[in-house]
Design a protein around this ligand. Structure first.
Ligand code: FES
Ligand SMILES: [Fe+2]
Length: 402
């Protein structure tokens, strides 16, 4: 029996097959590509320290195989897509969607069952291709149909873009801690006034965060509900009239997966659902342009130069500067970090659960048509504020008198 407290940080954050953290992360479905990226040619996929190739066969069915050919390791990203699978470009070994060998042109015996290319199950939903890299390939757990993936609206699926600051050269947990961190919104980004009053509670799917602020009328409180869905999804919404660099005025629902590529790289997969089609679909287009326009002082030796005002780059610079894998034994987290401390506790418990042969929190047992993560905004009269948030009223009142 392994206890969460027995795990080192290295046990938790490393992603490779066979590591405790890697086994935990392999309990979940991951977005590995945008649907629009998988057309008539193979797509290389790097995830959880594995090199894979994703394609649709000529009948349109998806497949995800190990990238390096079992024959002599050439990459199947250059392979030829055929009726039932993919043929290696080097000597023509032909694999079906589950890695069985259908043909080996240079061999007298064309097929063999003694060699098999590793494969993983894949599903398509909400503009993404999801894969499950766990051991139970034939019957993986159900793919969670989170509200944003199946709800109405104008959906934009995007991949992290290093230039726009949404792919990080550091461990995945630093990325998730950053998206869970509400206190940096005021200081690093300056997009809210003062450190907002917030509460982090353990929910069915992850860390639920309630952010409270004075309401629009006297004696009212605004409550913003967001969630870090285990293990790495930042699920939030934006107000219809929020401050927005793109000048968008539509209500927005969003889910951002931090996808671990290997121990020291991760990338965002981002789904934005607009209530109406936005004028500019490039959510980070403005930031990218702004970064290009910045002039660098000739004596500025900092890696990213002046990051101020480029929100995604501000995040990237902070999480990468913590170190490729931050040494958490040297930190001094406090009251403002309570959401992150709760996230760490839940992830450590999940890693221990998997190590003990149990299903971790967030992995579904049964199919569900949709999972409502209860994200959004509400304004309450102070005396009608839900009981679980009342202990924050003093913080909100302090905020409004500042
Ligand atoms: S390396 Fe793939 S067929 Fe030879
Ligand atoms: Fe941020």
């Amino acid at each position: 029996m392994i206890k969460a407290s027995d795990l080192s940080w290295d046990d938790v954050v490393r992603v490779g097959p066979g590591t405790p953290g890697g086994k935990y992360l392999r309990s979940f479905w991951w977005p590995v590509a945008l649907s629009e990226e998988v057309k008539d040619i193979p797509a290389p996929v790097n995830i959880l320290g594995e090199e894979l190739v994703l394609f649709r066969d000529l009948s349109g069915r998806l497949a995800l195989l190990d990238r390096h050919c079992a024959h002599r390791r050439a990459s199947l990203e250059y392979g030829r897509i055929e009726e039932q699978g993919i043929r290696c470009a080097y000597h023509g070994w032909y694999y079906d969607r589950q890695g069985a060998i259908l043909d080996r042109p240079a061999e007298p015996i064309k097929t063999t069952s003694s060699i098999r290319q590793n494969w993983y199950p894949v599903r398509e939903l909400g503009g993404f291709i999801f894969a499950h890299l766990g051991p139970d390939k034939e019957s993986p757990p159900p793919l969670p149909r989170y509200d944003v993936l199946v709800g109405d609206g104008y959906r934009v699926a995007e991949r992290g873009d290093a230039e726009a600051g949404k792919a990080y050269n550091c461990n995945w947990l630093q990325g998730v801690e950053n998206t869970t961190d509400t206190t940096h919104l005021a200081f690093l980004h300056g997009i809210v006034d003062g450190c907002p009053a917030f509460k982090a509670v353990e929910g069915d799917y992850g860390v639920k965060i309630f952010i409270l602020a004075p309401g629009s009328r006297p004696n009212t409180v605004r409550v913003r509900r967001r969630c870090t869905v285990l293990p790495t999804i930042n699920r939030k919404s934006r107000e219809p009239k929020g401050k927005d660099p793109d000048g968008l005025r539509a209500a927005v629902q969003q889910a951002i997966w931090i996808v671990p590529i290997d121990d020291t790289c991760c990338e965002e997969m981002r789904l934005t659902v607009y209530s109406e089609p936005p004028k500019d679909k490039r959510y980070h287009g403005v930031y990218r342009d702004r970064a290009k326009q910045k002039e660098r002082k000739p004596y500025d030796r900092r890696l990213y130069g002046d990051i101020t005002g480029i929100v995604p780059l501000e995040d990237k610079a902070m999480v990468e500067s913590q170190g490729a894998i931050v040494d958490r034994t040297l930190e001094h987290p406090g009251y403002g970090d309570r959401a992150i401390l709760l996230l760490r506790k839940m992830i450590r418990e999940g890693v221990a659960d998997v190590a003990n042969g149990h299903r971790p929190k967030g992995v579904l047992q049964e199919e569900s048509p949709t999972i409502d993560l209860d994200i959004g905004f509400d304004e309450y009269e102070i005396d009608k504020l839900p009981a679980e948030m009342r202990d924050l009223l003093a913080d909100v009142q302090r905020q409004s008198s500042n």
